[in-house]
Design a protein around this ligand. Sequence first.
Ligand SMILES: Nc1ncnc2c1ncn2[C@@H]1O[C@H](COP(=O)(O)OP(=O)(O)O)[C@@H](O)[C@H]1O
Ligand SMILES: [Mg+2]
Length: 316
Amino acid sequence: MDPSGYDLLKTAVLLLDGGLRIRHANTAAEEHFGLSRRQLEGMEAARLIDGAQSVVKVPLRGAPWAWLYEIPVRTAVLDDRQHIHADQAAQRESLRNLAHEIRNPLSGLRAAAQLLEGELDDPGLKDYTGVIIAEADRLVDLVERLVSSQRQGLEVRCFNIHEVCERVYTLLAAEHGRRIEIVRDYDASAPEVRADFSRVLQALLNVARNAGQALAEQPQNPAPRLVLRTRVGHQLVLPRRQVRMGLVLSVVDNGPGVPEALRDKIFHPLLTGRAQGTGLGLSLAQEFMQQHGGLVEFDSRPGHTEFRLILPMEPL
Ligand SMILES: Nc1ncnc2c1ncn2[C@@H]1O[C@H](COP(=O)(O)OP(=O)(O)O)[C@@H](O)[C@H]1O
Ligand SMILES: [Mg+2]
């Protein structure tokens, strides 16, 4: 039997000898375990597979191998992520189209209100045109943010991720002073990343600002705390694939948690839980990370919210 046929499978396959040592590993197994075929071969299967992992064990009779172990790769998560990724991209696209449609008539309205204002003698009436113009400006601002340059190419360069973290730290410290304890927990071994500096900065800033705001809105919290953490992660499931290595930027806060009603749709554009919010912060952060082949994900419960920005460290 030629085992190379297994390389086409999405699930990890190990062929074992009678002593349960690995004799062959397919490509998905290499990816799953983060080890090369050569490293895997000869290893005892028990060293890799703990009891918790679901493994399908098939005895092979009459073949040079005694067992075939199949380890389902987390394709369900992968498919789910793909689905969410496409869904979010479609939403942003339709909103952007809508914003384009609104832009022209809006500037027409604004210009007409200005002309009208010039013709009016009664200052009481000018108050009304003033309202029209101010509200039109507010809408123009929103529309501009929706259609703005996100489709421009990435300006990729190499940098140390902690440069980004330090900028965010400085901005947050300036915004919140001593009211919030901001902890920097950096992985000094993190290699340089190749990415668009300003978009990664914007993404992290949007996420960190939300955490800062959530803490600031909870004055009864005796020790509001925000952690900026960096780690190198392995075997990360991303929207389009699973990657061996990536950088994980976490923002952890001990605030009230993401409101239950928002959890499923928190990355949707225009969705906000705050009176002054635009709902664009997380949508944009997600878009910027996805442009790098990465993503933003979160876990939240009262007292502990963690947003993670994942940046793959291998080319798309
Ligand atoms: N760390 C957090 N803790 C609690 N709620 C959060 C946190 N981060 C985001 N949220 C919720 O998600 C909503 C959407 O965030 P975002 O997209 O940045 O829009 P905006 O900040 O303009 O409301 C926020 O309004 C808030 O309700
Ligand atoms: Mg925000």
